[in-house]
Design a protein around this ligand. Structure first.
Ligand code: IPD
Ligand code: CA
Ligand code: CA
Length: 309
């Protein structure tokens, strides 16, 4: 909605009459406040939580950036096949949790490195460093991802790329932003000419055949496929219209929660491989503009095995 449409929707007839009677083109301060707040969605009850998520993401991002100068000296643990965590992942996570817990001590936490902390119905879903393998190789594509769920619904999402100082934010019902500017998914309507993001199933060989079938179908008809190595940023790029779509098998909730909200708030569609909304449970997702989502689903669906549904 435009600013003037928001203004006329919010102002009562009485306000307009009063202003006209006074022969003034100035509006009462209370009206201006109501219009401005509604227009930029400041008064949303989630705004303070979005502010905390932004503060935490920026602070962790700064820490990651400072640490990127000493990668050779970092202690690295292998959590599983092709799955690493460095002391930077853990330090960034501690920083994020400290900031959140100081503001909201009663909230719950689900964080990649330290796991779950039980609290109330608000759950902060945290990936302190998405793209750890990239980070450890000095490959400049990684980010901090923080989402807030309330009673199972994603309400707030923040993804921060410290290298480019790009802050992607979304609030349910409030649109998606990149550095405070509104972003939208692309208007692409066919795979021809489309740029699609993906992630390979590299932690296990499971689903490799199914994945390769999907890959072949999409690679053959699209302009290109990118595997950049940070799922949170891939989703943020779909929201920002830099990618026309994205799909991956076997993600974790912290890889995708913030990005899912961004894509939806940017006008996109997100489903699992059964065209349902069980992506947080299955970890399998397709995210794109509604039209591209439909096209990608048609290409992917024939390769979906029973245990990918
Ligand atoms: C990984 C990245 C990668 C995706 C993996 C994730 P991490 O997250 O998002 O792009 O393909 O599935 O685990 O381990 O770097 O936080
Ligand atoms: Ca991740
Ligand atoms: Ca991570």
């Amino acid at each position: 909605m435009s600013f003037s449409a928001t203004a006329s929707a919010l102002l009562s007839h009485k306000d307009v009459v009063n202003v006209e009677k006074a022969g003034s083109s100035f509006l009462p301060i209370s009206c201006i406040h109501a219009v401005v707040c509604a227009y930029i969605n400041l008064d949303s009850p989630m705004q303070p939580m979005l502010n905390i998520a932004v503060r935490a993401a920026r602070s962790a991002g700064d820490l990651i950036l400072r640490s990127s100068e000493n990668i050779d000296r970092l202690h690295i643990d292998q959590k599983g096949k092709n799955d690493y965590a460095s002391e930077v992942d853990r330090m960034a996570e501690r920083e994020i949790i400290n900031i959140i817990k100081t503001a909201y001590p009663e909230h719950s936490i689900l964080a990649e490195e330290s796991g779950a902390q039980e609290g109330n119905d608000f759950v902060w879903v945290i990936d302190p460093l998405d793209g750890t393998t990239n980070f450890l190789h000095g490959f400049p594509q990684y980010a901090v991802s923080i989402a807030l769920k309330h009673k199972g619904r994603i309400e707030v999402g923040v993804i921060y790329d410290p290298l480019r100082d790009e802050l992607f934010t979304a609030k349910r019902g409030g649109g998606a932003m990149l550095n405070n500017r509104r972003i939208r998914v692309t208007k692409q309507t066919s795979l021809k000419g489309a740029l699609i993001g993906t992630g390979f199933p590299f932690k296990t060989d499971l689903h490799m055949d199914a994945y390769l079938g999907m890959f072949r179908a999409i690679a053959t008809d699209s302009a290109g496929i990118r595997r950049a190595g940070a799922a949170a940023l891939d989703l943020a790029y779909v929201a920002a219209g830099r990618l026309d779509g994205f799909w991956e098998i076997g993600l974790m909730e912290w890889d995708m929660a913030a990005g899912i909200l961004l894509v939806k708030e940017a006008g996109g569609a997100v489903t699992d491989f059964s065209f349902n909304d069980k992506y947080l449970e299955s970890g399998n997702l397709i995210a794109a503009s509604p039209k591209m989502h439909q096209i990608m689903y048609q290409m992917i669906e024939p390769h979906v095995t029973a245990n990918l549904k």
